[in-house]
Design a binder for this molecule. Structure first.
Ligand code: XMP
Length: 526
């Protein structure tokens, strides 16, 4: 009897193999994945307890072990099976990841008095793998209490700072690389180059993950999922649903119908723009539902913020369902779920974040509609969605549009939402945006908008006494809306905005500025 040989396993092409970021709960884990992708290499986060066999089955090009808040010796500190170092692919351990590596591979980690937070001067070995071609003296961003005091046997120390003599080590033979500072943080002077050294030179990862590649891959996936069935997509006017719709349209053409419910709570001229872009420009079959009166009627007399949100959410679902029913047999529903949503919900939709307010997303449609989900953006971060949008030819004003809440202007009108108050807010909002754009600051802000409080104050205009509304300006900078800071808009710009609003909108006699950061103040007022 001859020897039984294992069947040859077809090795996927390098561009199909991911770099897996093993997450130990560090604040920068997502950022590592994003930075890898910025180097045009596809990357995903995986839980630290993922078994070596499961990791191997993904055929990764490399592993990156993230930082984490714990000490590797602490009870309950997140661990990984040391088998992950035996997969035959290079491993880069960052901060906690480096310490874990040192501990598991025969080095030593200790709490020394070498803790460092912030910028540190590091001296690196320019002939090493990680720091090849980089200046010997550079700034690294540190955030650690424990330090590696002995590198694993056979590893070479390749960087040190005054308080942390072992700031990096490597053992190219075994594919092990550790770095104490954070190459993913922009304060690390040569962070991107360090990442590129690891990805391109050490892991041989090809820089092929581009917006065009994503489009090709996702359209193929959607086609395979959907077959000949019909697909429905709710458009909100925001970038996520727009890009999701265009991707699906590219994949299955007229099998897709988009439904755009104009609830009358959009910004000035926004509804027209959606219809124009999708219907006329992209020729996507589009049902435009003018539900403005219906929503206003439903909101009459509603002043409580939660009640307002619920009313809008419910009405939205009702309208959407009515329209879907008219379309006949539809099997799939497109949702603009992003990778950050997937990560936040633990990847399985079981997130337990406290409900501070009931978010209403256009995607948040009822389960009882019995539609299967198509989520072409579920592996993408927001900035990647924007790049895909650009590649698909979506106009700039849609691609770069600030986030806008599902309940729209209704949650920026304190008290009752009426036609008259909507008109006031819409005008103020339009002036604010126009001036911010003119000043070239739109893209620098996460969001900027006007709020209409439910109070009035006395003023004098001409010789007349007025008793009119104030408008509050809210402009924030943020990375991800989890935290936000109020934007330092130039005084001259504020003056222009204020005087235009007061002069052009008779119902307004005062403009105020919201100087609150989040936390504690959320970005929206309701
Ligand atoms: P807050 O006000 O919680 O907002 O700081 C964080 C981000 O979420 C947006 N937001 C919403 N988006 N439906 C949405 O689609 C909602 O109900 C909703 N509420 C808030 C908000 O504009 C900010 O970008």
């Amino acid at each position: 009897m001859g020897e039984v040989l294992p069947l040859p396993v077809q090795e996927p092409a390098p561009e199909e193999r991911p770099v897996l970021v093993v997450d130990f709960g560090g604040q920068y884990s997502q950022l590592i994945a994003r930075r890898v992708r910025e180097c045009r290499v596809y990357s995903e986060l995986v839980h630290h307890a993922t078994s070596p066999a499961v990791l191997a089955a993904r055929r990764p090009l490399a592993l990156v072990l993230s930082g984490g808040p714990a000490s590797v010796y602490a009870d309950g500190a997140p661990q990984a099976d040391p088998g992950i170092f035996e997969l035959g692919v290079p491993v880069l351990g960052i901060c906690y990841g480096m310490q874990l590596m040192a501990r598991d591979l025969g080095g030593r980690v200790e709490r020394t008095d070498g803790s460092e937070f912030g910028r540190a001067a590091v001296r690196v070995e320019p002939d090493s793998g990680l720091f090849g071609g980089l200046p010997a003296d550079q700034v690294g961003w540190m955030s650690h209490r424990d330090s590696v005091t002995a590198a694993p046997e056979g590893a070479r120390v390749t960087a040190g700072s005054p308080s942390t003599p072992i700031s990096a080590f490597e053992d190219p033979e075994r594919g092990l690389y550790g770095v104490q500072f954070h190459p993913e943080v922009l304060h690390t002077e040569h962070g991107t180059e360090i990442m590129k050294n690891f990805l391109y030179r050490i892991a041989d990862a090809p820089p092929t993950w581009t917006a065009a590649a994503v489009i090709e891959e996702e359209t193929a996936r959607v086609r395979a999922q959907v077959g000949r069935e019909r697909v429905l997509c709710g458009l909100s006017g925001g970038v996520d649903s727009a890009v999701a719709a265009l991707l699906v349209h590219k994949a299955v053409g007229d099998q897709l119908t988009c439904v755009f419910v104009d609830h009358g709570l959009l910004r000035k001229e926004e509804a027209g723009q959606v219809v124009e872009t999708f219907g006329r420009h992209f020729h996507v079959p589009l049902v435009h539902v003018d539900a403005r009166e219906r929503f206003l009627a439903r909101l009459a007399g509603v002043t409580d913020p939660e009640e307002k949100r619920k009313a809008i959410g419910e009405e939205f679902i009702r309208v959407f369902e009515e329209e879907a029913r008219k379309l006949g047999a539809v099997r799939y529903l497109v949702q603009g779920t992003l990778y950050s949503d997937v990560i936040e919900s633990g990847g399985s939709g079981d997130g337990v974040a406290a409900t501070i307010k009931s978010h209403h997303n256009v995607g948040g449609l009822p389960e009882r509609m019995d539609l299967e989900l198509v989520e072409p953006l579920r592996m993408l971060f927001k900035d990647e969605v924007r790049r895909v949008g650009e590649e698909l030819g979506l106009p700039d004003e849609m691609v770069w549009r600030h986030p806008f809440p599902g309940p729209g202007l209704a949650i920026r009108i304190i008290g009752e939402v009426t036609e008259e108050r909507l008109a006031i807010l819409r005008e103020a909002d339009a002036i604010l945006l126009e001036e911010v754009r003119r000043a070239g600051l739109y893209r620098e802000l996460w969001q900027c908008f006007a709020v209409l409080p439910a109070i009035r104050s006395v003023g004098v205009q001409g010789d007349e006494r007025t008793y009119a509304y104030p408008i509050v300006l809210r402009a924030v900078t943020s990375e991800d809306a989890m935290t936000a800071d109020w934007a330092r808009l130039p005084y001259d710009l504020l003056e222009t905005i204020s005087s235009r609003i007061i002069n052009e909108i008779p119902a307004v006699n005062r403009v105020a500025l919201d100087l609150s950061s989040k936390p504690p103040a959320p970005i929206e007022w309701e």
